[in-house]
Design a protein around this ligand. Structure first.
Ligand SMILES: Cc1cc2nc3c(=O)[nH]c(=O)nc-3n(C[C@H](O)[C@H](O)[C@H](O)COP(=O)(O)O)c2cc1C
Length: 209
């Protein structure tokens, strides 16, 4: 496989594109689509969003120091794009899209009812990196839609059909290829283990942890 060398840039895809809800001191709310986001620490639970200072949402983030990350779904694909190309300076995105505000547990900023998961965050530090300022935040609460719980009380995110953003395109998440640790998990008696590349079963004893 021959590769071309490109100038430094970001080509880390796929990513989640999330709907971030923000509010100002007077309680005016807005939604901004953000793809520069991720988990940075499990314990304490921490996340970040990177936002350009010229975004209308930026001053709201600075004012309250709070935001909610609302996960997106295939059903929210239109809203995700809309909130990423229209400014709250010119329109009320909640109203335009028929989305409903959901009262949050720990922060003053509302979440989005139509999102399956709303992650309530408080900014700990702002890193002025360059084009984007990174809002490093603590996760204070996570609200999940009960309709995606299975009978055993497990949350089934796949059922919500999460949205994936990759190199300018929106996609569904695709088919399940395995679950965490499947590469080393012992198979039940009689089932044959396949090696990467589909080269057939391993010899006995190979692949033990
Ligand atoms: C898929 C997608 C991802 C985006 N990710 C970011 C991002 O990570 N940071 C950012 O500052 N803007 C990002 N944007 C652009 C903003 O969402 C866009 O400028 C938006 O209109 C700003 O809204 P506001 O003016 O109401 O704050 C993204 C847009 C799209 C469509």
């Amino acid at each position: 496989m021959e590769k071309e060398i490109w100038k430094p840039g970001n080509l880390l895809y796929p990513l989640p594109a999330v709907l971030v809800t923000v509010a100002d001191r007077e309680g005016r709310t807005n939604i901004i689509t953000v793809a520069w986001t991720g988990t940075v620490c499990t314990n304490p639970p921490m996340t970040y969003i990177s936002v350009r200072p010229e975004r209308y949402s930026y001053h709201m983030l600075r004012e309250t120091g709070e935001f909610v990350l609302n996960l997106t779904t295939e059903a929210l694909a239109y809203a995700t794009d809309f909130c990423g190309v229209r400014s709250g300076k010119d329109c009320d995105k909640f109203k335009e899209l028929g989305l409903s505000r959901d009262i949050s547990e720990q922060v003053s900023v509302p979440g989005i009812k139509e999102s399956p998961v709303s992650i309530e965050c408080r900014v700990r530090e702002v890193k002025e990196l360059g084009s984007h300022h990174m809002f490093l935040a603590d996760v204070l609460a996570v609200r999940v839609d009960k309709s995606y719980m299975d009978r055993e009380g497990r949350f089934d995110l796949a059922k919500a059909k999460p949205l994936v953003y990759s190199h300018g395109g929106y996609y569904g998440q695709g088919k399940l290829l395995g679950t965490f640790g499947f590469s080393v998990r012992r198979k039940k008696e009689g089932q044959r283990r396949r090696r990467p590349g589909g080269k057939g079963p391993r010899k006995q004893g190979q692949g033990k942890r």
